[in-house]
Design a protein. Structure first.
Length: 484
């Protein structure tokens, strides 16, 4: 092959194919890889028709055989002709070809120069652009977020379809001054000031403002938008999001938070005010017991004392709940004697259990340290609350408190043979102000706060609580302390 010919076409940006007069490929440059998907070595020796669709191959051969000029002179057969070609793997595509008859070393050859059809590229690029615009419009619509561009110098504004929907602006509005009129009258000065100052200082801006109600809602609905603008080359471009629904939710949450805080403060105040006179009544009952009363009078005083104690417990639970909800519950870590707490629990609840004919046992494993670091009052409250429930809901059988170490955790397990619970009841167990069965409130009383407070206290001192229960068989409450 002529070396000059080879050097001219080997690295050019056009696919060059050289065939003999019978259409057999003798040479192709490396551009054939990009254009047709073939390596040059795959094409050399093949008929040119390998690059042509089957339905056009016969026409191609007729074209070659009937070229009356092929053997007589050098000339151009075809120029800028758009044909259908076949890619090795990607199927048919349009191609722009120029076919020349040339002479190399005394032999007539066909030189085929191939370029992708530029018009097809334009069509494909236009289709891709249309799809991109469609996807962008859909994305903006789903996100309630529109795009815009403002040129302060020319007082012009261009807006996406979603941006015009958010502002309720029709296509006729193209001036910035006209668009600003769609801002809520009380916010126009603020918006103007932010944008103009940002333009003067050539920096970005961010603003939340209200819009004029252009809908037919009655009463008019205040709408809020959040805009971010970026300054570049003398213009602002950016996004505006409709945050009306989010703002409404935030306002409702803030209202509910204020209501909850006021409710918590009220409960704390009332609980504190109620405890003072009750403590006084409790003291008077104690004095009455020691004043030489008769048997019947002592029974009455004992009943009063018991009622006041129950009422004090309920008030303390409400006060604890309000402290926890307000985040004011403090934790006081110090060295405490766990055995002392359990001995006190035993003194408080074993007599009541024996009175009901229930076996009551506390077992402390030998691997449990004598002293641990925790909050004495809260740990005592947790154990006593679980034990109180066990005594309350158990009519026969036994109650057992087991304390032991397991790996790096301290386990306190309170089990009973009481009324137990089904799976649905267990799911409600640790929710505040909830009794797992309304009939329980009538039979046993209570606020429905005890176990929810237990759960919060356990988590405050560094642990978790769980329950395993079976209806009419009993319950096992397990407290796992990871910090002790």
């Amino acid at each position: 092959m002529n070396k000059d010919f080879y050097s001219v076409f080997e690295y050019c940006h056009t696919c060059a194919i050289l065939t003999n007069i019978n259409g057999i490929i003798e040479y192709t440059n490396k551009k054939s890889i990009d254009t047709f998907g073939y390596q040059p070595s795959e094409l050399i020796g093949q008929d040119l028709s390998i690059l042509i669709p089957d339905n056009l191959k016969e026409k191609h051969h007729d074209y070659i055989n009937h070229d009356k000029y092929a053997k007589s002179q050098i000339h151009v057969i075809d120029k800028d002709h758009i044909l259908t070609a076949v890619h090795k793997t990607n199927g048919e595509f349009k191609i722009d070809i120029n076919v020349h008859v040339i002479e190399i070393e005394g032999l007539i050859k066909y030189l085929v120069l191939c370029n992708h059809d530029r018009s097809l590229f334009k069509i494909k690029n236009t289709e891709k652009l249309d799809k991109t615009v469609l996807l962008l419009n859909q994305t903006e619509s789903l996100g309630n977020c529109g795009t815009w561009e403002i040129n302060i110098s020319t007082n012009s504004i261009s807006m996406s379809k979603e941006m015009r929907r958010i502002y309720c602006i029709d296509d006729s509005v193209v001036n910035f001054d006209d668009s600003i009129e769609y801002v809520h009258s009380d916010d126009i000065d603020k918006v103007n000031s932010v944008i103009l100052n940002s333009f003067a200082n050539k920096h970005d801006f961010e603003i939340i403002n209200r819009l004029r109600d252009k809908t037919l809602t009655n009463p008019p609905k205040t709408r809020y938008v959040h805009s971010k603008g970026h300054f570049k080359d003398g213009v602002f471009f950016g996004t505006t999001m409709d945050i009306t629904e989010r703002r409404f939710v935030e306002d409702e949450l803030n209202k509910n938070k204020i209501i909850a805080e006021n409710k918590t403060a009220f409960l704390a105040c009332m609980s504190h005010d109620l405890r003072t006179p009750l403590s006084g009544i409790l003291g008077i009952c104690t004095l009455l017991e020691e004043s030489g009363l008769g048997k019947i009078q002592k029974e009455y005083v004992f009943m009063m004392n018991d009622c006041i104690t129950i009422l004090m417990k309920m008030i303390n639970e409400i006060l604890d709940r309000s402290k926890i909800d307000s985040g004011k519950m403090q934790v006081d870590y110090k060295s405490i004697n766990l055995k002392d707490i359990l001995n006190k629990t035993n003194s408080l609840f074993k007599p009541k259990a024996i009175q009901k004919g229930i076996n009551f046992d506390i077992n402390i494993d030998s691997n449990v340290p004598v002293t641990i670091r925790s909050d004495h009052y809260k740990l005592e409250q947790i154990i006593n609350n679980l034990t109180s429930n066990a005594v309350k809901f158990t009519e026969s059988g036994s109650i057992n408190i087991n304390v032991y170490k397991e790996a790096d955790t301290l386990i306190i397990k309170v089990s009973d043979t009481g009324i137990g619970m089904n799976d649905n009841q267990q799911k409600l167990l640790f929710q505040p102000f909830v009794q797992v069965d309304p009939s329980i409130t009538y039979r046993f009383g209570g606020t429905g706060l005890g176990l929810s407070i237990c759960k919060d206290l356990v988590e405050l001192i560094g642990g978790s609580i769980s329950v395993d229960s079976e209806l009419d068989k009993g319950s096992i409450f397990k407290v796992i302390l990871t910090r002790f």
